[in-house]
Design a protein around this ligand. Structure first.
Ligand SMILES: Nc1ncnc2c1ncn2[C@@H]1O[C@H](COP(=O)(O)OP(=O)(O)OP(=O)(O)O)[C@@H](O)[C@H]1O
Ligand SMILES: [Mg+2]
Length: 337
């Protein structure tokens, strides 16, 4: 990589000549170790400016990193100006710092690229997860649903052949019918939990209201839910993500908090959406949230928020409840009320 040379040298890089060819060979040999020095001496390098007719000289200094020469920089000294020994020393030692700085920059760049790849991968993972959930939900609904219907039809036929007065068998068939009904409603619940069809058909508000209604049936915890400022449907991805955030926040409260109350507000505050989930439960040391490798819920929320260019904040203290605030950019479907 070259910087600061006249354009023709930047482009083809030819014509740069070390005055001392032995030094040039030595330096260009890969992996030559240098004896550590606070500053390496300067050397001269030329390039021709007019097809061999005019040589231009530069005073150069090595750029070193980890005891190896990784490049050099040259200074165009005006005719009649000599570098003092102090200046030579200063520039020589600058080469040592430059090497470290360049290496750090390259490392930062590598980290940035890895982060970018990881982000892409995480985004893909979430997308695949949603598709997989949809597929399992459909199969559960269709396959298991059909199997149960077949069992029910079999029972109908059996019932026709029950000898009159065999109350015990009639009772057993009634019990099996009850079990089929329960299993069928459980399958519907599971399938809906995996992929809430109402979310697609009617949007986030109705889907969450139904979800909380289901939870209220099975838990004594108070649940408040408000959506403020929305007069349009959100885009499908944002709705799904907000639905998953709500599911995770409520599940955590039910699983870990021992709370009396859970409150969720989703507020449109142009140009962003504020998601606020609070409980009055036991709380925990929020500093370590997501540190446990088995726990993916909070980590997933944070990653999803970051992927959308948003922010994730968790505030929790033992005995003082838990509060999650997420802000994501507003994604609306225009004109879809
Ligand atoms: N609302 C809450 N109240 C109290 N503790 C909580 C709350 N939310 C999270 N925690 C604590 O933080 C930990 C991490 O939560 P996280 O959602 O990441 O994982 P998890 O719920 O344990 O597992 P999963 O991967 O199924 O979500 C939990 O194990 C729990 O100790
Ligand atoms: Mg969780």
């Amino acid at each position: 990589m070259k910087h600061g040379l006249p354009t023709q040298y930047e482009e083809n890089g030819r014509g740069i000549v070390f005055k001392d060819t032995a030094l040039m060979k030595h330096l260009l040999k890969n992996g030559t170790r240098l004896t550590p020095e606070p500053a390496y001496p300067s050397f001269r390098v030329s390039y021709d400016t007019k097809k061999g007719k005019c040589l231009h000289w530069l005073s150069c200094f090595l750029i070193t990193s980890k005891g190896k020469a990784v490049g050099f920089f040259g200074i165009d000294i005006p005719p009649g100006r000599e570098l003092s020994p102090d200046e030579v020393h200063l520039l020589g030692s600058l080469g040592n710092y430059l090497g470290g700085a360049i290496e750090n920059t390259q490392l930062m760049e590598t980290i940035r690229l890895h982060r970018q790849e990881l982000r892409k991968l995480t985004g893909k993972l979430f997308q695949t997860q949603e598709e997989e959930r949809r597929r399992i939900a459909r199969e559960l609904h269709d396959e298991a649903g059909q199997a149960l219907t077949a069992i029910q039809l079999g029972l109908d036929q059996m019932e026709e052949h029950v000898p009159a007065g065999n109350h015990r068998l009639e009772e057993e068939i009634r019990e099996i019918r009850k079990m089929i009904l329960q299993t069928s409603s459980e399958i519907r619940r599971l399938s809906y939990h995996l992929h809430p069809t109402l979310l697609v058909d009617l949007g986030l508000g109705p889907a969450l209201n139904l979800y909380f209604k289901e939870i209220r049936k099975r838990s004594n915890m108070g649940i408040d839910f408000h959506m403020v400022g929305f007069d349009h449907r959100l885009d499908a991805e944002t709705e799904t993500i907000l639905y998953r955030f709500s599911q995770e926040a409520l599940t955590n409260t039910l699983k870990h908090a021992g709370a009396n109350h859970f409150r969720l507000s989703i507020i449109k505050s142009y140009p962003k959406i504020i998601f606020l989930a609070e409980d009055d439960g036991d709380g925990f040391d929020g500093r370590f949230a997501g540190g446990d490798q088995q726990s993916l819920g909070l980590l997933g929320m944070r990653e999803r928020a970051n992927l959308l260019g948003g922010t994730f904040q968790l505030r929790s203290k033992q005995g003082e409840g838990t509060r999650i605030r997420i802000e994501i950019p507003l994604g609306e479907v225009p004109g879809d009320a």
